[in-house]
Design a protein around this ligand. Structure first.
Ligand code: DC
Length: 224
C-alpha cells in the first residue's frame, strides 16, 4: 500500500517547512500543492488577467504549462519552462493564488494532477483540501494549525529575514484575509476533515511538531 500522508491547514501554519522535514525523515517525497495554485496566480498576474475573472482564469488553467518537480532536494515549480519557485512567494501572488483557487474547474484540474502524483509514489502532500478531497483515504491525515497571531508572527519573521518591508500588522491582515477567503469559498473550502488529527502548534517549536507527526505516522501505519 502507498504511504500517503495528508496535511491541511490555514495560512502560515508551517505546513511546508514541517512537511519537508517529515518527508525527509521518512525518505518520501513532499508535494506542496499550494505552489500549483500560486503558479496559476502568477500566470494570471503576468498575463494581465484579473484573478477574479473565473472564465479567463479557467481558460488559463486549461492551457497552463506547469511542471512541478519534487526531489529530495526540495520542490521546483516551473511555469512556461521558467523556475518560479521563489517568485511565487510574494504577498501579491499569495492572494492571487487564493482567489484563483476558488474555481471549480481549476480545482478539478489541480486535484487530478495531485492524485496522479500521489498514486505513483509514497508521498506527503500539504494544502487545504488534501484530507477532504485529494486523498480522502490516506492512512495519515493531519490538520495543522496555530493562532492567527502566532502564524502571522512566524511569517513576518521569515519576511524580515528576506528583507521584505511589511509590518507585523500588515502580515496579520494578510493572514486573516486569505484564511477568510480559503475557508469561505464555495468549492472545497478549507476545513478540518472529521477523521484528521488536529495539531495546534501555537505553543510548539519546529522539532516538537516534526516529532509529533512522526509519532502519529508510526501509530497509524504501525511502521509498515
Ligand atoms: O499553501 P499556500 O499558502 O502556498 O497556498 C496558496 C493558496 O492556494 C491558498 O491561499 C489557497 C490555495 N490552495 C488551495 O486552495 N488548495 C490547496 N490544496 C493548496 C492551496
Amino acid at each position: 500500500m502507498r504511504l500517503n500522508i495528508a496535511i491541511d491547514g490555514p495560512v502560515g501554519a508551517g505546513k511546508s517547512t514541517i512537511a519537508d522535514e517529515v518527508a525527509r525523515r521518512l525518505g518520501i517525497l513532499h508535494l506542496d500543492t499550494g505552489a500549483m495554485y500560486r503558479a496559476l496566480g502568477l500566470k494570471a498576474l503576468r498575463s494581465g488577467t484579473d484573478p477574479a475573472d473565473e472564465e479567463a482564469v479557467t481558460a488559463l488553467c486549461r492551457g497552463l504549462d506547469l511542471d512541478v518537480r519534487t526531489s529530495e532536494a526540495g520542490q521546483r515549480t516551473l511555469l512556461d519552462g521558467e523556475d518560479v519557485s521563489h517568485l511565487i512567494r510574494t504577498p501579491e501572488v499569495s492572494m492571487a493564488a487564493s482567489t484563483v483557487s476558488r474555481y471549480a474547474e481549476v480545482r478539478k484540474i489541480m486535484v487530478r494532477r495531485q492524485q496522479e502524483l500521489a498514486a505513483a509514489q509514497d508521498m506527503l502532500l500539504d494544502g487545504r483540501d488534501i484530507c477532504t478531497t485529494v486523498l480522502p483515504d490516506a492512512p495519515v491525515k493531519i490538520y495543522l494549525t496555530a493562532s492567527s497571531e502566532e502564524r502571522a508572527r512566524r511569517r513576518w519573521r521569515e519576511m524580515q529575514a528576506k528583507g521584505l518591508p511589511d509590518t507585523f500588522e500588515e502580515v496579520l491582515q494578510q493572514v486573516i484575509d486569505r484564511d477568510h477567503q480559503d475557508m469561505n469559498r464555495l468549492v472545497e473550502p478549507l476545513r478540518r476533515a472529521e477523521d484528521a488529527t488536529e495539531l495546534d502548534t501555537t505553543e510548539m517549536d519546529f522539532d516538537q511538531v516534526v516529532e509529533a507527526i512522526l509519532k502519529l505516522v508510526e501509530e497509524k501505519t504501525h511502521g509498515q
